[in-house]
Design a protein around this ligand. Sequence first.
Ligand SMILES: [Zn+2]
Length: 298
Amino acid sequence: MKYNKIKVVFFTFFLFLFFVSSAFGSVNLAYPKKVGLGEAFLVRLTSDKPLESVSVEWKGKTVKPEIREWKERYVALAMFGTDVLFDKTGKDRLVIKYVSDGKNRSLGRTIKVAKKKYKIQRLTLPENMVTPPQEVYDKISRDREEVKAAKASMSDQRKWFLPFQRPTKGSQSSPYGAQRILNGKPKNPHRGLDFRGSKGTAVKAMADGKVVLVGDHYYAGNCVYLDHGNGVVTMYFHLSRIDVKEGEIVDRGQVIGGIGATGRVTGPHLHMSVSVQGRLVDPAYVLYKTTDQLLGIK
Ligand SMILES: [Zn+2]
């Protein structure tokens, strides 16, 4: 008798679960529960009912990812990340709001940003390369304003997919996050990847995009910034020549310039950075990882 009662309770419970899940449709949320400081990651909302709008908020930034139909399902993919220089470790709330069937819904989750060990690089450079001369300070602050505007680019269409195209054929030299000690003084960590290459070697766009800035900056030299949509911007520094113009639409793999030694450098190489929602993340995560890896699906 008692045993039958338990069975009835279980049956009712599963019937209840079935009704709840069918009433809401099947919605799946994928995201990593833990990421390292400086890493990029993805958040993906999948639904078998049409998604009318989606917004994803994390660390004070809101993305409205493009919604795509794929195999009769609706998918929204957003990229986020942390900056080794400006962000802190700890737990942060991820908030997903979406409209489906004319109803507003919301999901809340937590992502932990964990401490990560980075290399220490000691370099000795001529003193005028470590501390810029007073007369270039105005130039540096004008450069910063241009960079800020370019990094804030947020076009609606997502033109990127993982992994990104390698920007040049040469091997990688300096990694992201390396703590630099120049002439014995601690400086900001390296917030990009460096690639070896002789002057003039082709530099390619890492994804389809739009040229949002062509600059001649004190530190970066001749530089190109590409907007790939949904808050993802890539940048290419120290170029010897630039083959594109501001406003131009570029294809993944298209040559945008040549490796050079312009700006504050000791020799020709490509410095490349990736900005995600305004934060400079480790480019290795978009270059060498898959979508599943950045969603935390092993
Ligand atoms: Zn660099």
